[in-house]
Design a protein around this ligand. Structure first.
Ligand code: 5FX
Length: 536
């Protein structure tokens, strides 16, 4: 058999350790998903007492998950994969995705326990005692306000920190979480030998040793120099002592971090030569899963909150909006991520108020009004917004002369909410350097053609739609294939060369030039009115 034929026999495993579940997606070399399995933390591991995979603490700010639950979930997942008939022996490489920002704190004993994993006993029994912090802070935690303020002060302010690390200080970002644990539980910090991210911890379970943090997930810590893709000494120093040693090295996301440990070979039937490719964050893995490869290729996910993310050539980190991360499939590239809190729930609220709860009526109303809404602009804030930060809630309407008005006709409200959301995305993503060249719409509202048409016109870019359920797990599997190809060639192979089968998406909307011109002209007014609304 030649190497091409052999490659056809190979399978690649992607894991997704998200907030609520651990999922597996196995693909073949033609990118077909051939096996899937999932473990739901609340339902399948009720003894950990999580709700939605987390523990919410009485202070209303602290949110954690027990890392031992993630360990227990891995054996259960592998059992389910076996039951699904997955031939583990054909898996040539494994990679993974982890919820970003969460940290796993390991005592010195952890390393020996990982190295010596015994195939005769479940992982959980062997790793029970290795955590110096038994509850891992996760991305939903917002308890580190004081540490964010301190670290930003120490590093020259929000813009300086954004320029250094890609983001201003965010409460969920790991550096601020580490500062909090060092300050409030110094004995736990002292007992810690390694601080891993959720992603690198899950990779550690596979290699049976500490696995490095990859550059893409490392960008979500407020600790890494975004351009050098190495720890930023000043950021380490103002966080906690001897932190570099505890964090270990940073590696490119396509790097081989080891071979599958014999635990998986003897207990689960994996091949001893199976490679483990660096695990990364869920948003970077989704970028890979959606195959947004060239700068400007953008995904807009219309979900509970609206998220926009894209590949980026020239990062322009900002103190007021969004994040810039290292790109998970291009060691020279970057990615941008922005999250808008007022997404589907806000659109649904306007649909309920103006269209009797019907999307058909909503779309008919949208069709009845011209692009640009005759100059009307509205801000619909059901929840405090994070991009840009606006604490007040309510509806704020302005006429074509920027005068506040009490009401719009229902059809104007419908158009104003949709246009306003996309104008906001365009304004704020533009400020961190994002210029969409092609958009992939995902999430619930992406099937709504009328909404997607406004998206195309506002951004002046064609919009494709195509559901990619589990894009993070699929992206992890693609990255396993990519890292394996790079290792096989002994040199970096471009991601698109490693992924030979075409992506399955369909064109949903083309931009209209005149409408786009109109929206471009509106953008300045929108920005000024947004300032008024935010009180800035
Ligand atoms: C990104 O910055 C986030 O905090 C979330 O999208 C988490 O990664 C969800 F897991």
């Amino acid at each position: 058999m030649n190497s091409g034929q052999r490659a056809k026999e190979h399978l690649f495993l992607g894991l997704d350790s998200s907030t609520q579940s651990l999922k597996a997606c196995v693909i073949d070399a033609r990118l077909n998903v051939v096996h899937e399995a999932a473990v739901n933390f609340d339902a399948d591991l009720p003894e950990f007492g999580t709700e939605g995979g987390v523990h919410r603490h009485p202070d209303g700010l602290t949110v954690t998950s027990p890392p031992l639950m993630w360990v227990a979930a891995l054996d259960l997942l592998l059992e389910r994969l076996r039951q699904a008939g997955c031939p583990a022996g054909r898996i040539a490489a494994v990679s993974g995705s982890g919820q970003q920002h969460g940290s796993v704190w390991l005592k010195a004993e952890a390393r020996a326990a990982l190295r010596g994993l015994d195939p005769a006993r479940p992982l959980r029994a062997q790793l029970e005692g290795v955590f110096s912090v038994p509850e891992s802070p996760v991305w939903m935690d917002s308890s580190t306000g004081p540490q964010c303020a301190e670290r930003e002060r120490a590093l020259g302010g929000a813009q300086a920190l954004a320029e250094l690390t890609g983001s201003r200080a965010y409460e969920r970002f790991t550096g601020n979480q580490i500062a909090k644990i060092y300050q409030t539980a110094p004995e736990r910090y002292a007992a810690t030998d390694r601080i891993a991210l959720v992603s690198s911890f899950m990779a550690s379970l596979w290699v049976g040793d500490y696995a490095p943090i990859d550059a893409a997930d490392g960008s979500g810590m407020n600790l890494m120099n975004l351009r050098a893709k190495d720890w930023a000494p000043a950021a380490l120093e103002c966080t906690a002592p001897e932190l570099r040693r505890r964090l270990g090295p940073i590696m490119p996301s396509h790097a081989v971090v080891g071979k599958v440990h014999r635990y998986y070979v003897e207990r689960w039937g994996f091949a001893g030569h199976g490679l483990v490719i660096a695990f990364s964050g869920d948003n970077p893995c989704s970028l890979a899963g959606l195959r947004l490869l060239r700068p400007g290729e953008t995904a807009i996910s219309l979900g509970t909150s609206d998220t926009i993310f894209a590949s980026l050539a020239e990062p322009r980190p900002s103190a007021t909006e969004g994040h810039v991360f290292a790109n998970p499939v291009d060691p020279e590239g970057y990615m941008a991520l922005l999250c808008h809190k007022n997404g589907s729930l806000t659109r649904e609220h306007v649909r309920n108020e103006c269209a009797g709860g019907s999307w058909d009526t909503f779309n008919a109303l949208l069709a009845r009004t011209p692009p640009g809404n005759e100059g009307r602009i509205g801000f619909y804030l059901r929840e405090p917004e994070i991009t840009p930060p606006i604490l007040r809630t309510g509806t704020f309407r302005f006429d074509g002369q920027d005068r506040p008005v009490e009401r719009f006709p229902p059809e104007a409200d419908v158009r104003a909410v949709v246009e306003g959301q996309f104008l906001s995305m365009r304004l704020h993503s533009g400020r961190i350097g994002l210029r969409p060249a092609r958009i992939l719409a995902t999430g619930g509202a992406s099937t709504n053609r009328a909404i997607v048409k406004v998206m195309a016109d506002v951004f002046g870019a064609p919009v494709d739609a195509g559901e990619q359920p589990n894009s993070a797990a699929v992206g992890a599997a693609y990255r396993a294939l990519h890292g394996w190809r790079c290792a096989e060639q002994g040199a970096f192979v471009r991601f698109e060369k490693a992924l030979t089968a075409p992506a399955r998406v369909a064109r949903a909307a083309e931009p209209d030039r005149a409408a786009h011109w109109l929206y471009s002209a509106m953008l300045e007014r929108y920005a000024a009115l947004e300032k008024t609304v935010s009180g800035g």
